[in-house]
Design a protein around this ligand. Structure first.
Ligand code: FAD
Ligand code: NAG
Ligand code: NAG
Ligand code: NAG
Length: 634
């Protein structure tokens, strides 16, 4: 028993009082609408989907939109209602929501191409995606899909993965190598595991019961809700332990995936299968909160994964017109070097850092998609930044770990090469906790000549049905493996082509090493390889500007998702006029960033709770009431 009876009674009374305050506060906000100024219209006032236009494959035409460069003239052509720093999916979606409400928004992107982790690049006739290998199910009409549809004119479509979404190869480089596939569909994975490990049926059922509690929409809503409530109010809730009492997201959030596994299942491979998806969070299972893994599981496995038709660059390409239609602009090669303040209030941004080429642009609202570390530590004077409630977290939450990306171009079609619409995870080992903990401590040099602990493979050529029209005779493979920033930090700040021979030879040695491992397992690929390019954490640092080249900005350790920290990682920065969007507000991942943008726009439009209602209402009009609770989000 958690509580003794007397104490429980006490808690109930307290709970009642708090609930009454909460409900009163909420009713006041909702019905007296003190927050709705009426200045901006609802972004969801009407259905803005338009009939699907064919994929635009004219790269020169696409580049006019995707590479429109910053000029002083364009930046000062009008009075902006808001400026967004960074064109990742978080920044663009926020800009699109505000534009749909009637605001004129300027998006400033440092890179020469739009999209952040959603950008794609072409080299030697091959096209590669950088940071979107799979997303959840965007084929079913969920609230999340409606949100995306409404900010992209309904022009982004998805293709479903193979039903066996993922293949896992354990002890890949040893004679005891074995393979498992993970199948998607409601309860499919659970049933499959019960069949494969009948002796552990009870433990598997308990594990999935917890997993389902972890992704109960009510719990996830509480995760978001504390980001909208006033901070003082979240502190009151925390004082009485209410977040953990009312939401499974927080209640289970203190249990790590590893801890739950240890108490419910015994078989080593079973433990692996139940936790492999934590590899995606870049921290070992002992530091991943169970609800976070639940969300990833329900989003990508329970309902199957998808891939955007035409590649990830369709996201920015289809969202930019929505921003421009309201008089906004998305400009590239615009490195914001400073957020301008006057009397503690944000008044605009400075682009560039050289005396003769600096441009100051003014707007009453600035939204940063550049990550909280970058924004608070580098773009603001410390005296101002320390006023942000998120400031103390800049020291306690580290930047996330890095990865090495290997981009491979292949001659031949996916069919000829045996590439499928699946993710493949290759592990040299079968104890995930041990492997990932060791990998964190090992320098990349020590992996050379050995097998890398984990390798992720995915082929856009196989996942994207539009690929064969666009690139009929070739295929690509994106490979990810682990790499610490410290192994590459000496080359930080040097431009891409000028990092010297040592950098090139280290990168290429690792690339060769990983390719050898991959082609040993998939020999058909060996002779088809035509192009190899390796990106290290300093590449990510250069192109995505994440702190220390971390893959996802802030680390996804479970402490980040507790009620206290969740409340502080919010769209409001605590500095007047400055807001946050993107992965630090919720978590990494395409869908999470859509919600970061949604939360951010709710606050800016002064429609904290109403915007949710408006989205839901439009969704209901278009698709009817969601059938099951999971049709809401996942
Ligand atoms: C290798 C990799 C693989 C991934 N795989 C998946 C996946 O399969 N599925 C999935 O859902 N998610 C995946 N993710 C995560 C997902 O892509 C990200 O969480 C998400 O796209 C982040 O969006 P964002 O808007 O927060 O930031 P970003 O996309 O990082 O955008 C931030 C932008 O801000 C710009 N910027 C920064 N500082 C400045 C400045 N001072 N001035 C101007 N601009 C600036 C940057 O150049 C960048 O373009 C992956 C990420 C990576 C890196
Ligand atoms: C962007 O601006 C920052 C801060 O002034 C500077 O350190 C960095 O070198 C600039 N980056 C580019 C690519 O110009
Ligand atoms: C796989 O990892 C183990 C350590 O976990 C190591 O001893 C072994 O050499 C690795 N295999 C290869 C082929 O490198
Ligand atoms: C990415 O890097 C992290 C940290 O180094 C690691 O835990 C993870 O396994 C890597 N991803 C893959 C697919 O190797």
């Amino acid at each position: 028993m958690l509580f003794e009876t007397g104490l429980l009674l006490n808690v109930r009374i307290q709970l009642g009082i708090i609930l009454a305050v909460f409900v009163g506060y909420w009713i006041k906000r909702l019905f007296f609408r003190t927050e709705t100024t009426g200045k901006w219209k609802s972004p969801f006032a009407e259905d803005s989907r338009t009939p699907l236009t064919p994929l635009n494959t004219d790269h020169a035409k696409r580049d006019e939109t995707m590479k429109r460069a910053f000029t002083k003239k364009l930046a000062n052509e009008k009075k902006w209602d808001a400026i967004v720093i960074g064109s990742g999916i978080g920044g663009l979606s926020t800009a699109a929501l505000l534009s749909k409400a009637g605001m004129k928004v300027l998006v400033l992107e440092k890179h020469y191409k739009c999209g952040g982790a959603c950008h794609t690049f072409r080299d030697n006739g091959y096209e590669f995606d950088v940071g979107i290998h799979y997303v959840g199910n965007f084929i079913r009409p969920t609230l999340t899909r409606t949100l995306l549809e409404q900010i992209s004119d309904g022009q982004i479509k998805f293709a479903k993965f193979d039903n066996n979404v993922e293949r896992l190869i354990l002890d890949a480089m040893s004679p005891s190598q074995r393979e498992y596939t993970i199948s998607s569909g409601p309860n499919a994975f659970e049933n499959q595991l019960i069949k494969q490990f009948p002796d552990e049926a009870q433990g598997i059922k308990t594990f999935f019961r917890l997993l389902k509690r972890g992704y109960n929409p009510r719990g996830a809503m509480a995760w978001f809700a504390v980001k909208l409530l006033p901070i003082w109010f979240t502190k009151v809730l925390q004082f009485f332990g209410l977040p953990r009492l009312l939401s499974d997201f927080y209640a289970l959030g203190e249990r790590s995936v590893q801890e739950v596994l240890e108490s419910h299942v015994k078989n080593k491979d079973l433990k692996f299968l139940l936790s492999y998806s934590t590899t995606g969070f870049l921290v070992p299972p002992s530091r991943v909160s169970l609800p976070m893994m639940s969300l990833l599981h329900v989003h990508c496995c329970e309902y199957g994964s998808c891939y955007p038709i035409g590649g990830a660059s369709e996201m920015p390409f289809r969202i930019i017109p929505v921003i421009e239609r309201s008089g906004g602009r998305v400009l590239m090669k615009a490195n914001v070097s400073q957020i301008l303040t006057e009397g503690g209030k944000v008044v605009g941004v400075r682009v560039g850092n050289k005396e003769n080429s600096m441009v100051d642009i003014h707007a009453p609202i600035v939204i940063s998609d550049a990550g909280m570390h970058n924004t608070l530590l580098d773009l603001l004077p410390e005296k101002i930044a320390e006023k942000s409630p998120a400031w103390p977290l800049m020291k306690t939450i580290k930047p996330s770990h890095g990865n090495l990306s290997i981009f491979v171009g292949l001659r031949g079609t996916p069919e000829e090469l045996g590439l499928t619409a699946q993710n493949i995870w290759i592990y040299n080992g079968s104890d995930l906790q041990k492997m990932l903990t060791e990998a964190e401590k090992t320098s990349i040099q020590d992996f050379l000549g050995k097998a890398f602990p984990s390798i992720f493979l995915s082929s856009s050529a196989a996942k994207d049905p539009s690929w064969k029209n666009r690139y009929p005779d070739r295929s690509t493979l994106s490979i990810l493996t682990c790499a610490a920033y410290s192994d590459f930090s000496q080359w930080s700040g040097q431009s891409t082509k000028k990092r010297g021979d040592d950098y090139m030879s280290l990168k290429n040695a690792i690339g060769q090493n990983v390719i050898e491992q991959v082609t040993t397992l998939f020999p058909k690929l060996k002779d088809a390889i035509d192009y190899i390019n390796v990106g290290s954490p300093v590449t990510i640092e250069h192109y995505l500007s994440t702190k220390e080249g971390g893959t996802y900005n802030m680390e996804h350790d479970y402490t980040r998702f507790g009620p206290e920290q969740s409340a502080l990682l919010r769209p409001e920065s605590g500095i007047e006029g400055l807001y946050f969007t993107g992965q630090d507000v919720t978590s990494c991942g395409f869908a999470s960033c859509l919600y970061s943008a949604f939360l951010c726009a709710s606050v800016i439009l002064k429609k904290r709770y109403l915007l949710t209602w408006e989205l839901f209402n439009l969704h209901r009009k278009l698709y009817g009431l969601p059938k099951g609770r999971n049709d809401l989000f996942y």
